[in-house]
Design a protein around this ligand. Structure first.
Ligand code: GKR
Ligand code: MG
Length: 416
């Protein structure tokens, strides 16, 4: 069995103005949908980032996959590295971390190859990753402060404006009621720290037993974070990227017992080693999109176990192929004991057959069909590809987008 054809389809999906420390989401988010077809007629699918650097990397490597045995992942890695030696990162300069293009491109094609392997052997993806240790994967409600969606953007708004602690608690209550979430993560670093402290206290009052997390994405200085650890720490399951950079995380970590997690300072394997040496974090977020694929995310779980660190799961805006893959990956990491992050409730749109995947009591059952277990709806794929063409947006630019709402906005990280 050999790869015969690789098809890449960039799509734009209507998004809502979710706010973070570096800006706000644009009117659409970008993804690339991957289809790899073999000479015996099996098509494996995948989903990854859709911004220009990733898409160009995928396009550069695609022709080199011709003739690849989809079971030979070492050969896949060698082909990716031959085309993209030292190809740099994927993110725009205003982002707070970067991911290696080779890792992201490898991961995207690995997923489609694993989907082929699953279809060929009639086994679900999780069986190819060591087997599921749980039959469903739990997710937390991912809470965002947000603006009202401008009328000239495609798609509908969700929740309208949410820029106060009380409005945020109502958002959490609605997400819990709609999807059954019983834990929550707040994208912090948006309001000043004492207002976010008030928000967490109000969440605790409304949800007395819910595990709570906040992710200020480096918005706080070390002294501010130390004060927040004292005042907010007792409310938290863990505190994600409160300060910017590995050394600041290590300094904070040395002064608090609040567990610190990250998806900013530990995003590749050599950084795990650095974080262990500095005791900078206690929990690392896995994400098959940038941790060298599903197999890399499984290896991260092993690393974290060996280092006595926890492992959780990161999310960016995504569709159902990514969600189903996240469920398989999370199910196959024994020590991934936290509820996973997902942006999935923040879009009403889908490109897979059957439409949106439902949460039941905050969880998703591990798909039992072969491979990833979901299939593309070609009409929907075409519709969102046309939106990509008409929007003519090729990069994520939260900071530029913020200027539309706050004309004198200045990106500052840390801000407080
Ligand atoms: O969607 O604005 C966002 C998030 O800030 C996202 O881009 C982050 O990657 O969710 C992510 C995180 O945990 O930092
Ligand atoms: Mg984070």
């Amino acid at each position: 069995m050999r790869v015969r054809e690789v098809k890449l389809t960039p799509v734009a999906i209507p998004d809502v103005p979710l706010v973070n420390v570096k800006g706000v989401h644009q009117g659409v988010f970008l993804r690339t949908i991957i289809e790899i077809t073999t000479d015996d007629g099996i098509t494996g699918i995948g989903e990854t980032y859709g911004a220009a650097r990733t898409l160009n990397g995928l396009k550069a490597v695609a022709p080199a996959l011709s003739g690849l045995d989809p079971f030979h992942l070492n050969d896949l890695a060698a082909r990716v590295e031959r085309v993209l030696p030292d190809a740099g990162g994927i993110n725009s300069p205003t982002m707070l971390t970067d991911h290696r293009l080779v890792d992201v491109v490898y991961g995207a094609f690995e997923l489609a190859c694993l989907d082929i392997q699953g279809k060929k052997t009639n086994r679900p993806l999780c069986d190819l990753l060591g087997g599921a240790v749980r039959d469903k994967v739990r997710f937390g409600g991912y809470l965002f402060f947000k603006f009202i969606k401008p009328q000239d953007q495609p798609g509908n708004d969700i929740f309208g404006e949410v820029m106060t602690p009380d409005a945020l608690v109502e958002e959490a209550a609605t997400l819990a009621q709609q999807h059954g979430f019983t834990s929550f993560k707040l994208k912090g670093g948006v309001l000043e720290p004492d207002l976010e402290l008030e928000t967490m206290r109000k969440l605790r009052d409304r949800f007395p037993d819910a595990p709570l997390r906040i992710d200020p994405m480096g918005a706080w200085t070390v002294p501010t974070a130390q004060r927040m650890c004292e005042q907010m720490g007792p409310l938290l399951e863990y505190l994600e990227d409160p300060v910017r950079g590995m050394d600041a995380m290590a300094e904070l970590s040395a002064s608090t017992d609040v567990p610190l997690s990250t998806n900013l300072v530990v995003v590749q394997f050599d950084q795990v080693v650095a974080a262990i040496k500095k005791d900078a974090v206690q929990i690392v977020l896995a994400d098959h999109h940038y941790w060298r694929g599903a197999s890399g995310a499984i290896k991260l779980g092993e690393f974290c176990k060996a280092a006595d660190m926890g492992v959780s799961m990161h999310s960016n805006t995504h569709l159902g192929i990514s969600l189903a893959a996240m469920v398989h990956v999370a199910a196959a990491i024994p020590n991934l004991t936290y509820d996973c992050d997902t942006h999935y409730p923040w879009t009403e749109h889908e490109i897979i057959r059957g439409g949106k995947i439902p949460f039941h009591d905050g969880a998703i059952a591990v798909p039992d069909g072969p491979g990833i277990g979901v299939e593309i709806n070609p009409d929907a794929l075409q519709e969102y590809h046309e939106l990509y063409v008409s929007q003519a947006l090729y990069d994520r630019a939260d900071t530029d987008e913020m200027l539309k709402y706050i004309p004198d906005y200045v990106r500052k990280v840390p801000r407080w």
